[in-house]
Design a protein around this ligand. Structure first.
Ligand SMILES: Nc1ncnc2c1ncn2[C@@H]1O[C@H](COP(=O)(O)OP(=O)(O)OP(=O)(O)O)[C@@H](O)[C@H]1O
Length: 792
């Protein structure tokens, strides 16, 4: 496949750049801006000159004296020029500062100028998106616009997206506390979307092909992953709206072509995993049990499914689920979704009820680091720990899958990984991963973590490409060598992590990256204009570079990973114009990766799906409301409720009839066996006896203890109340109106018994409370450790 013209020339242009140092003026440079220091330096210099002149006058010839005087004059002139230049640059800087402020970008002017210069220098223009092919796994990144809150706290945009590359400019200060530099890291994915790209565009190039795929009996999953407040819910809501329209557009086609014998029906289920618990968002947050049957299929017991007969109805149901999600205000998002929400649009054969196709839209809970949760209450912190735990489990699963070769995949480590199992295992499955990132500089660590995370999946995709056998020999070679690159990338990631640790004072000792930091520091000190820190040339990198220098292969390969440290460039905040920086290997690779990725990663996997068992769900009567045709509402804004479609016709059934059975919408609620979601051909039952509980033992026991404590407390209150009533009547027997004769012995004896019982009750309760608090602390500590793991 010929290389698209837009990529031609780019590598060579970028490759021609060699220097990697950009310098930007700052008044903070000590020997320039600190008056006292400047004075000191100036006076010392003057004294030396005088001493030198007097020596010369004392005993040298007139010719020598003239030469020396000339030399002195030359030095003075140079100094004057330097000062003038400095003044000019300072004025220039002030001008830029004002301009940025006028543009509503009040953040650090030096860093913003460096980033701006970098973008201009390389003409980092996004390339047009290539229409999606049959990618089995598509990974894209979406950068959201910077918001008013971030601008207010003087944060600024430090992420550059130029499809298919995303670059994080980590703005750093060196150990001297003055020298500013950009630590640029770039990643290449199938697509990257910046703040100007609409959700519609994102959908068109990523999730849209999933709809026809599920109509071809596929299992498709689209999930949004990213830091809290990075735009997952915003993006997922937009996708949901598009999916709703497309599903019904395809449904009419499907009916026309009679794909399914009995015609297809659209159903929706929506549940969330919150705090380790699974809750049905379309059935009053009913607690659900996630199980795995004997065949390894995931069964979500009692999950309700509702039928939607129109776009409006489907959207209304999805909106209902969105509204029922658990949200809380966090440090970075006022309406942070604290749950993993899994919205499933299912196609079922209307006659048999068998599952035909399934599209899962997964909005993952935002990840937060320990530092971000410090001001939360204990429950919020535990919640965050739980989220991190499940995301960590997901990461481990992806890593294990990436490693391949029969590596154990720890699906059972969390409910989330279990529910997402299909994304990576089913043969006739496709996955779209949207990594959302915040643009602001202060989130650079999070952003890097998100991108590294997504990068793991990308490596998996390259493997898929190879396995599909659709690639050229170059592609296969790349895939094999990609393992090497994968390791290199991991090394880079670790480097980043070590740096993070170092910065946060957690690392203490310097690892391998620490050594690199030293090299880098030395370079910066010596020349201020360092040379490019080229990462070790891996076989993968060689192959990618070779692919640029050689004529395009029939199918251009996708580099398994294009993540790289672009450069570790000390950008001395001295004076002087930015110097051209050399492009990273990833940057170059991305040019080819983009076209190659899409072309080369086409898969031809259309295999049959395995059968699975059924599960039992509750059946509810149909509720019908008024029907009003109408458009879908505007993109969801957190906090919005009931927008659009308010009068939509709803005729929903919560469950399907038994396989082969006649559906009867008017029947009263009953419990029925229906095919599980993994079942696409038979209505076999899940063997409950074989079903294995997949609950996290630690977490489940914590919840059990919580339940036990609450029950105990309730019992204590009740018994106390009874004792109190008895005490009252006891007292009444002694000093009640008209009481003349009473038994003091009986009274004191019973009172003692009552008090002893109360003490027992309170003692037990206090003991349990103490134990539970210790347990909470334990879990919180473990959560913190896991949170740190997430950062890795
Ligand atoms: N592409 C975008 N364009 C405009 N605004 C956006 C975009 N992405 C996100 N936002 C806004 O940013 C804010 C945070 O977005 P959102 O709630 O979707 O984040 P999130 O990643 O789902 O957070 P959490 O994980 O905490 O739920 C919202 O106000 C949303 O409207």
């Amino acid at each position: 496949m010929p290389t698209p013209s837009r990529f031609q020339g780019t590598p060579s242009r970028l490759a021609s750049s060699s220097s990697n140092v950009s310098t930007v003026s700052t008044p903070r440079t000590p020997n320039v801006t600190t008056p006292s220091r400047r004075t000191t330096l100036s006076s010392v210099s003057g004294a030396r000159q005088q001493q030198h002149v007097s020596t010369l006058t004392g005993g040298s010839s007139a010719g020598k004296r003239d030469t020396c005087l000339e030399e002195i004059q030359r030095l003075q002139q140079k100094r004057t020029e330097r000062r003038r230049s400095m003044e000019e640059k300072r004025a220039e800087r002030a001008k830029h500062e004002k301009r940025l402020q006028d543009q509503g970008m009040p953040g650090d002017v030096d860093f913003q100028l460096m980033i701006g210069a970098f973008r201009t220098e390389y003409g980092l223009e996004p390339h047009p998106h290539i229409p999606p092919g049959d990618l089995k796994i598509c990974i894209c990144v979406r950068k959201r616009p910077i918001n008013a809150k971030e601008r207010k706290r003087k944060d600024y945009d430090a992420v550059t997206c130029f499809n298919p590359v995303v670059m994080v400019h980590d703005c750093r200060l060196r150990v001297d506390g003055i020298t500013k530099y950009l630590d640029n890291t770039d990643f290449a994915f199938d697509h990257t979307f910046d703040e100007e790209d609409s959700t519609e565009a994102l959908y068109r190039y990523t999730a849209k092909p999933l709809v026809p795929f599920v109509f071809r009996q596929g299992r498709a999953t689209c999930f949004a992953y990213g830091q809290t407040g990075s735009g997952k819910t915003f993006t997922m809501c937009g996708i949901q709206q598009q999916v709703v329209v497309d599903v019904f557009a395809h449904l009419s086609q499907a009916h026309a072509t009679q794909q399914a014998p009995g015609g297809l029906g659209v159903y929706v289920s929506y549940f969330e995993i919150y705090g380790g618990r699974c809750q049905d968002l379309l059935n009053h947050r009913h607690k659900l049990l996630v199980r795995e049957d004997g065949k390894g299929d995931v069964v979500i017991g009692e999950l309700s499914e509702k039928e939607a007969s129109s776009e409006e109805e489907l959207w209304r149901l999805i909106e209902e689920g969105n509204r029922n999600r658990t949200t809380h205000a966090t440090e970075v998002n006022d309406v942070s979704s604290r749950s993993h929400a899994i919205c499933q649009v299912l196609l079922r054969d209307q006659d048999s009820g068998k599952l035909w196709g399934k599209l899962s839209l997964v909005d993952l809970a935002g990840s937060e680091r320990g530092a971000d949760t410090k001001s939360h209450c204990r429950q919020r912190r535990l919640e965050s720990a739980e989220i991190n735990k499940s995301l960590l489990a997901l990461k481990e699963c992806i890593r294990a899958l990436d490693a391949g070769g029969g590596t154990h995949v720890p699906y059972r480590a969390s409910k989330l990984t279990l529910v997402l199992k299909d994304c990576f295992t089913k043969e006739k499955a496709r996955t779209v991963m949207i990594a959302t990132v915040s643009p602001n500089a202060s989130s650079a660590d999070h952003t890097l973590n998100t991108l590294r995370y997504a990068d793991r999946v990308k490596q998996k995709k390259a493997e898929d490409f190879h396995n599909s056998g659709s690639g050229s020999s170059v592609g296969k070679g790349l895939r094999t060598e990609g393992c090497g690159e994968g390791r290199a990338v991991r090394g880079t990631g670790l480097g980043g992590d070590f740096e993070d640790e170092e910065r946060e004072g957690r690392g203490g000792e310097e690892g391998a990256s620490g050594d690199r930091e030293d090299e880098f520091e030395d370079e910066g000190e010596d020349g201020m204009e360092g040379t490019e820190q080229s990462s070790p040339e891996t076989p993968m990198k060689r192959a990618v570079l070779a692919s640029f220098s050689s004529p395009p292969a029939t199918a251009s390969p996708l580099p398994p990973s294009s993540s790289s440290k672009l450069r570790r460039t000390p950008l001395r905040t001295g004076m002087g114009p930015p110097v051209r920086l050399a492009p990273s290997t990833a940057l170059k690779a991305a040019r080819g990766a983009h076209h190659g990725g899409v072309e080369g990663s086409h898969t031809t996997s259309h295999h049959g799906s395995s059968l699975s068992s059924g599960n039992t769900v509750a059946v509810a009567p149909v509720s019908a409301t008024e029907r009003t045709p109408g458009r879908l509402s505007q993109p969801h804004q957190p906090g919005d409720t009931g927008r659009g479609l308010q009068n939509a016709n709803i005729s929903s059934r919560e469950v399907l009839p038994p396989p082969g059975g006649e559906r009867d919408k008017d029947k009263a609620p009953v419990s029925r066996k229906i095919p599980s979601q993994g079942d696409d051909s038979s209505g076999g039952e899940a063997s409950q006896a074989e079903a294995e509980s997949l609950d996290d033992p630690d977490l489940e026991s914590l919840y059990d203890e919580e339940d036990a404590l609450l029950n105990l407390h309730m019992n204590v209150i009740q018994e106390n109340a009874e004792l109190l009533t008895e005490e009252g009547s006891l007292l009444q027997q002694i000093q009640g109106d008209g009481v003349q004769d009473y038994d003091l012995d009986t009274y004191t004896q019973r009172l003692e018994e009552i008090l002893a019982r109360k003490m027992d009750l309170i003692g037990d309760l206090r003991e349990k409370v103490g134990e539970f608090r210790a347990r909470l602390q334990q879990e919180e500590n473990a959560g913190r450790v896991r949170g740190e793991g997430m950062e890795g």
